[in-house]
Structures are given as structure tokens and as C-alpha cells.
Design a protein around this ligand. Structure first.
Ligand SMILES: Cc1cc2nc3c(=O)[nH]c(=O)nc-3n(C[C@H](O)[C@H](O)[C@H](O)COP(=O)(O)O)c2cc1C
Length: 149
């Protein structure tokens, strides 16, 4: 069995339009990502705060690498910055072809409320990756409390 790897990156969104337009465009990306990731046995999570994306991709390196290369070249975002890329002992999002976590809840209790996408884009480092992974995992595993989908 090939070894599992995990890539965590963040990027700056180039998607424009009204809130509804943006939401629709994100849902379009997600729908296609889920189909392709499922077919390639890739799992992960995506989050978006209206100016930046952060995403976790996990699977066999031979499956994750071509998907990440396509994502990196996608004109809907720029400044793709890898925060972490490593082998992983197990999947953190085993049942998700791509979970979607909306960071805006307005109640201040959301695990991503204190994550700075800007700091991650500028400093991009393992600290940011750890914080992001932990927050996404919390939201995705507690998905009865927070909307994921
Ligand atoms: C932020 C973001 C995240 C994406 N995530 C995925 C993903 O997880 N899997 C995937 O196959 N495509 C993803 N895409 C879409 C790819 O970049 C690409 O458009 C898609 O794979 C189709 O590529 P193709 O037109 O070369 O077949 C994402 C795009 C963006 C902007």
C-alpha cells in the first residue's frame, strides 16, 4: 500500500461577485472536487473566508500530487502557499472527499475564529498548519454543532 501524505496550503481568492455569486462559485468548485477526489481516494477539507482559501488534501502521494498541481494552477486563486507537506500516519478526514467549513459564524466560538489567513499567507509555517488542521478537524468531527457540507 502506498504511503499516505498530507498537504496543507492557503491561497488568496480571485473569485468576485456578490455574496450569493461567490457562494455559488465555491459550491461549484466543491461539487467537482468531491467527484474527482472520491474517484482518486483523496480526502480533505476546505475553508474560505471571502478573501482566502485554506485546504487540506490527504491520500497516496501519487493521487494527491496531480490534484494539487491542478489546484495550484487554477486561476480562481493565487499566492498558493504550502503550509505543510508530509507523510501522515492516518487520515484526519477519512469520510470526506472534501469537507467544507464556513468560518463565519459571528458567535466568536468557532474554532477558526482566531485563525489568521493573512498571517498564514505571509508567514506560512508549521505553526499555522497545525492550528488550521486542529481547527478544521474539530469542526468536521463536531459537525452536528457547526455546519459542514
Ligand atoms: C480553492 C480550490 C480548491 C480546489 N480543490 C479541488 C480538489 O480538492 N480536487 C479537485 O479535483 N479539484 C479542486 N479544485 C479545482 C481544480 O483546481 C481544477 O479546476 C479541477 O481539478 C479541474 O481541472 P481540469 O479542468 O484540469 O480537469 C479546486 C480549486 C480551487 C480554486
Amino acid at each position: 500500500m502506498s504511503r499516505l501524505c498530507r498537504i496543507v496550503y492557503c491561497s488568496r481568492s480571485l473569485i468576485t461577485g456578490s455574496r450569493a455569486d461567490i457562494e455559488l462559485k465555491i459550491r461549484t468548485i466543491l461539487a467537482s472536487a468531491r467527484t474527482k477526489n472520491r474517484a482518486a481516494n483523496v480526502s480533505g477539507a476546505l475553508t474560505f473566508n471571502e478573501s482566502c482559501f485554506a485546504q487540506v488534501l490527504e491520500g497516496a502521494i501519487a493521487d494527491v500530487a496531480p490534484i494539487f498541481e491542478r489546484i495550484r494552477r487554477d486561476p480562481r486563486h493565487c499566492d498558493v502557499r504550502i503550509l505543510a507537506q508530509s507523510q501522515a500516519p492516518r487520515r484526519l478526514f477519512p469520510t470526506w472527499s472534501m469537507a467544507y467549513v464556513e468560518p463565519e459564524y459571528g458567535d466568536g466560538r468557532h474554532p477558526l475564529a482566531h485563525f489568521s489567513f493573512e498571517a498564514a499567507l505571509i508567514n506560512g509555517a508549521s505553526n499555522e498548519a497545525r492550528q488550521l488542521l486542529e481547527s478544521l478537524r474539530q469542526v468536521v468531527t463536531a459537525n452536528t454543532e457547526h455546519s459542514v457540507g
